[in-house]
Design a protein. Structure first.
Ligand code: ASP
Ligand code: MG
Length: 429
């Protein structure tokens, strides 16, 4: 796990302050601040949270579509932008949002102050476009909270030790919110989005999908990395490391949402908690790979040196001193990966290289798998009974993933959802 380290925390309450004041960090994503009416809605919610007796820190993203628009401007200048300058450009989306949200709060009679990442000292490393938070010196936030201001912080951005503007990767405002919640020892971190929580699977693909009341950090981490896009993965790692209770809620309803929290006994009774699918991977197959030590290291080493992340890997049994090697990479990396692999394949005198983009990875996730056997076998049987061929498999303690033809994605998800009992709420235990 690579959650950021050494987060300095500050004492936020003076001794005389009543202990029943809770500190809440709320994060509103791009759709929640997508237009002026929505920004006014966010302001109303922040004021209501404060009126309910809380100290409120709000983290906001850029208005929906804005970060993409900025990236497009960059791409119109050059295909290979300076990463430092690109961050200077894309970090601006959040600046507009925080100013507008703070003003909307003022307009409704509240007190608010906005801060950019560097103003509240969100210090990151220098990996532009995917920087990691190293520490937060939240003194200014604490000061403003003492004045009973709602504090509005720009998500997604920070500064490195040299003072350069950095950004935290797409969806990075989630991580800003969780990191602030950890640094401020907040009582809760609420991520407001356009869905009312974390679902057993994507309701667009599988209508019986249900909203989960609770899910463990570990399951959420798997679901997020398997393509369920509710939370940035790094924010979940952070929440898990610092035990921040994380709520996923809708900014358009009053539904209590889903709590992402530590695992407890009752979660183990549910074998499969969620099903994810991902159509963003492609398969590469190398045939006739010489079965001698060092060949796999060479192939995957070459991919790694191009920063290409490899996911599922399968090697067939050796026949006449040769094996077939198949694996998946992100679709956007496919062309580069193919080139790299073809070069190595020639060097090691392997046979041909073939690629297939019509694949989907379908995964079942659940902490209950740790103490239930036969879960993977059941998944394979279910897919087989629908005539779905499994191309690659990978498992972890709490997950089984199968790569299948993409045209069967919906059928696979629905079949698994029903067979693993997710169509109905679990019996109370
Ligand atoms: N605005 C950034 C993005 O679109 C960060 C975020 O939304 O969390 O990726
Ligand atoms: Mg977002």
């Amino acid at each position: 796990m690579t959650a950021e380290r050494q987060l300095t925390t500050v004492t936020r309450r003076s001794k005389e302050e009543p202990a029943n004041v809770a500190l809440i960090v709320q994060k509103y994503g791009g759709t929640s601040v997508g237009d002026i009416d929505r920004i006014k809605n966010v302001a109303r919610r922040c004021i209501a949270a404060q009126a309910a007796g809380n100290d409120v820190v709000v983290v906001v993203s850029a208005m929906s579509g804005e970060t993409n628009r900025l990236l497009k401007l960059v791409s119109q200048i050059t295909e290979r932008p300076s990463e430092r300058e690109q961050d200077v450009v894309v970090a601006t989306g959040e600046q507009v949002s925080i100013g507008l949200v703070a003003m909307a709060i003022h307009a409704q009679g509240g007190e608010a102050t906005s801060f950019l990442g560097h103003q509240v000292q969100i210090v990151t490393d220098s990996t532009f476009s995917k920087a990691r938070i190293k520490r937060i010196d939240a003194e200014k936030i604490v000061e403003a909270l003492k004045q009973k201001h709602i504090v509005v912080v720009a998500g997604f951005q920070g500064q490195d030790e040299q003072g350069n503007v950095t950004t935290l990767g797409r969806g990075g405002s989630d991580t800003t919110a969780v990191a602030l919640a950890a640094a401020l020892k907040a009582d809760a971190c609420e991520i407001y989005t356009d869905v009312d929580g974390v679902y057993t699977t994507d309701p667009n693909v599988c209508p019986p999908a249900r909203k989960l009341n609770r899910i463990s950090y570990e399951e959420m981490l798997e679901l997020a990395s398997l393509g369920a896009k509710v939370l940035q993965i790094r924010s979940v790692e952070f929440a898990m490391k610092y035990k921040v209770p994380l709520w996923v809620k809708s900014s358009f309803s009053d539904d209590p949402g889903t709590l992402v929290c530590e695992e407890d006994k009752s979660m183990e009774n549910v074998v499969v908690s969620g099903i994810a699918y991902d159509k963003n991977e492609a398969k590469i197959a190398i045939s006739g790979v010489p079965d001698v030590p060092g060949v796999a290291a060479k192939i995957f080493g070459a991919l790694d040196s191009q920063n290409i992340v490899v996911d599922l890997i399968v090697q067939t049994a050796s026949k006449d001193g040769r094996t077939d090697l198949s694996f998946t990479v992100g679709k956007t990396d496919l062309a580069k990966a193919r080139e790299t692999v073809e070069t190595v394949a020639r060097e090691v005198k392997a046979g041909g290289v073939e690629t297939d983009g019509d694949v989907a990875k379908v995964s079942i996730v659940g902490v209950g798998m740790r103490n239930h056997s036969g879960v993977a076998a059941k998944m394979f049987q279910l897919l087989a009974s629908e005539g779905i061929n499994i191309q690659l498999i990978s498992t972890s303690e709490i997950k089984v993933s199968c790569l299948i033809h993409s045209k069967y994605t919906e059928l696979a998800v629905r079949t698994l959802h029903t067979a693993f009992g997710l169509d109905k709420p679990p019996a109370a235990s």
